[in-house]
Write a protein that binds this ligand. Sequence first.
Ligand code: BES
Ligand code: MN
Ligand code: ZN
Length: 495
Amino acid sequence: MEFSIKSGSPEKQRVACVVLGVFESRKLTEAGAAVDEAAGGYLSDILRRGDMDGRLGTTLLLHHVPHALPERVLLVGLGKEREFRDKAYRDALRAAIKTLDETGSMEAAVYLTEVPVKRRDLAWNVEQAVVVAQEALYRFDQLKSKQEAPRRPLRRLTLAVSRRGELALGEAAVRRGLAIANGMQLARDLGNLPGNLCTPAFLADRARELGKSHGLGIEVLEQADMERLKMGALLSVAKGSRQPPKFIVLQHRGGNKKQKPVVLVGKGITFDAGGISLKPAAEMDEMKYDMSGAASVLGALQAAAELALPLNVVGLIPACENLPDGAANKPGDVVTSMSGQTIEVLNTDAEGRLILCDALTYAERFEPEAVVDVATLTGACVIALGNVATGLLANNDALARELLHAGEAAYDRAWQLPLWDDYQEQLKSNFADMANIGGRPAGTITASAFLSRFARKYHWAHLDIAGTAWKGGKEKGSTGRPVPLLVHFLLGRAG
Ligand code: BES
Ligand code: MN
Ligand code: ZN
């Protein structure tokens, strides 16, 4: 979809539709009042009669509003004015976009961006409008044999700012929003693709394409390379699969040569059956999303390139499958990681940390400024934080704060859990340097306590996205999170 920024009165827009907000108890927003005045009180009349009361997310489409140039007016309920915060703004926008799309308005001018949102500014409103619109219009139908009947889809959105002086700011926000939305779309497509299509080799091919289209450096390490590097933990997981593992290295070189890079590491398990510690059958299909960390790293790198961020960013993606097989890891097996530390594999389903630990060791060669890994790592994180917040753990408080702040700014929030030494006890093994599981208590924390042993040489943070990267149930699908958080983190680093 195309987005543009415009200042000017709503009643004078020659468009198929203008979108205006109404607060609860039927109060029009400023733009709404302007149209109402031009139309001789036509809108307030309708509100008085009770056809629309402004409840959050409700919509009313009007045709032939007198003395207004737009062909239609879409009223959108914003809820209580005192409670008009982030979520309400996004909900109202989503309702508006869905209605526009369903009613065949191919273009519209949205005036909701002018409405003040508590503790946010115009740039945020505009960026979010782009992200929410693209999110709402996303479809994944590439695997249906028949595409939906041709419709008249929403093609062009004009986002309103109150003053001409705000046009440039609005346009920059649109560019940011688009880069984020495109990154999310890439991540969602990859996440939604099933394990038989989205294999490690497929991920590597997509990374190569991304490298070509966006001018990123790309290298794919093969199994023999990983053997040479002694990535024994990663390889032990890959052994149980017929799909050869791939280790993807992508680079955005936007900074000067001497600038130390930010390294993003994404868990790329293209299907997680659990291995010999097999998962239960129910909902096992959802483990196709176990490469969502990898997908979000690809999305973030694409965005960094699109925005030409003056920053060096490296993306590392260890990719393989976790399946049961005669050659697979067995409970009790001891493997040697690239770092030299040995690991007793007490549960083959705790495979994410096994592939990530070698990627974290590999990251050392970039002498990174900071390393952030992103992984659908633990079911425990879904229990702790649900589908709302990403779990955040870090060995450096400034980096943790930076990521929390980025999540806040992007409305893609994370919540920090403690990574205290006390939790390391749970990883003790009688047979190796450590076990790969720490028992039931604090599963998300012990998983990152494990990773922290491989991240001693740099500032490091871990994002557990098991609950936020995808949705289950009727609306099952990939969400594209935490691409917005990652892009804001990089934007912040780029200054
Ligand atoms: N990919 C899973 C984590 C997961 C579970 C993500 C549910 C999303 C939803 C991970 O590889 C895993 O299996 N973790 C185990 C660890 C346990 C064996 C210590 C888990 O969380 O059950
Ligand atoms: Mn697993
Ligand atoms: Zn997994």
